[in-house]
Each structure stands twice: as C-alpha cells, then as structure tokens.
Design a protein around this ligand. Sequence first.
Ligand code: MF3
Ligand code: CO
Ligand code: CO
Length: 271
Amino acid sequence: MNDTITAPIRDGAIRVHGPEDFAGMRKAGLLAAQCLDMLIPHVQPGVTTGELDDLARAFVLDHGALPACLFYRGYRHTVCTSINHVVCHGIPGPRALREGDIVNIDVTVIVDGWHGDTSRMYGVGKVSPRAKRLVDVTYQSLDLALAAVKPGVRLGDIGHIIQTHVEAQRCSVVQDFCGHGVGQVFHDAPNVLHFGRRGTGEILKPGMFFTIEPMVNLGRKDVKVLSDGWTAVTRDKSLSAQCEHSIGVTETGVEIFTASPAGQFQPPIEV
Ligand code: MF3
Ligand code: CO
Ligand code: CO
C-alpha cells in the first residue's frame, strides 16, 4: 500500500483530484480492464462462475494488486457474476454457464491504494435477439453518458441521458443501485443516478472521479434482493444487463480509466 496518501482537496462533498491521482487511477483501471479481457475466452458453456472468480482472483494477486470486493462488507469473492435476470451482485459459485446466458462480470482491483471498478456483459454461445438488444441498449446508454461528461455538466444531465435512451428503447432503468465516487475510497460521494432531470444535481468539475454503471431491464424496473443478502434480481424475472466504467473529469471532457487495452469493453455477442 502507498503510505504517502495525500488527502485530496475536497470540493463540497466530492473530492477533486490532481495529476498524480489520475496516474494512480490509470494503473488501477488498466488492471481491472485487463482482468475482464483475460476472462473473455473462459466465458463458455460449462464453466462455473466460481471458476471465473478463481481466475480473476489469481490474475489480480499475480499482478500485485488486491481484489477490493474480497471481504468487503462480508462479501467473499473477487468478482460479481450476474446471470440473466440477476441485476447485480450475483455471487460466484457452482452455477455453470449455459448456452444462451448473458452474464455481467464486475471486478474492482486496488493498485497502490487506487480502486479500478469496471464491468461488462458476456454472451455464452448464441443468445436470443432480445438479450443481444438489451445488451446493446445498455452499452449505448453508457456511451451516450460518457460523451456528455465535461466540466459544467450536472449529474442530473447524465442520469437523464441514460434514462431517455433506455426508455425510448422500451427498456427500464434500475433505480435501486447507482454509480459512485471512486478513487482511494471504493464507494465515495457522489451517488451517480442513472435516471434524473436535466439541470439538477452536482456540477462536474475537473478532477472528479466516479463510476457510471447503468443497470437496464427488458421488463419493469423493480428489483428485489435475495435472502443471501447480495443477489439483486428483477421482480418480473425479465433479463437485466449492466456495464461500468471508472472515469475522471478532465478540463475538456472525460478520461476512461477502465478502457480495454484490447478494445474488448463490449465483447462480441453471437445471436
Ligand atoms: N463492483 C461493484 C460496484 O460496481 C460493487 C460490488 S460490492 C461486492 O460498485 F461486495 F458485492 F462485491
Ligand atoms: Co461500481
Ligand atoms: Co463494479
């Protein structure tokens, strides 16, 4: 761990970071992205989510980093694996992936004290056209949000962009979970809602770090958490998708810390 942590300047409740902090997030974000790149060929029918978790944990530790989720609030795994109607926080275990599943894998790594948090959707073999459409809409909503990030834009503008796109495609945005400030703290201020009204919420400033991680359902937006205390599912059992980047606001726009160096943030999905 880094024992020279400099307290970032606070701007209201939201931290504002400097160039060395961007460098720290760049390293953490890259490793998180490389972990999800590494998993692509392993997402196949028959592999269990527990095996994917083992691969991710070994990868992170082999690179001298720490899995942020391991022992976080009692969670005991490196990744979350959220299959089909699981919205988020699916727990890895003996469940084998089956042809036609869509699965989100979410990893957070800690490198020199900085948190890189990212997730993607993977298709298992051939998936249904509606599953593919849901995944496409989810990535499009994140892309549109990222394209809007720059100083002066408000968080409500970002939420509005995501919600407007998703609802125009007759899907729904989950409202029970949100993105978050990220950096030397895993889940920091602000809450980054994936819905909202234009012209409301915090005003973005250079040096703010946060995640955008929309969860999009094919059916209704309502979710419930299972008795394991983690697994969130759609109440109507409709399919759900999510993708996540950790980003920094720059003087002119956005830096995506968790971009895939292989250009595989949206792994191809066969229909
Ligand atoms: N990576 C998740 C996020 O996007 C958090 C998972 S917390 C865990 O914020 F404990 F469930 F792993
Ligand atoms: Co996150
Ligand atoms: Co995450």
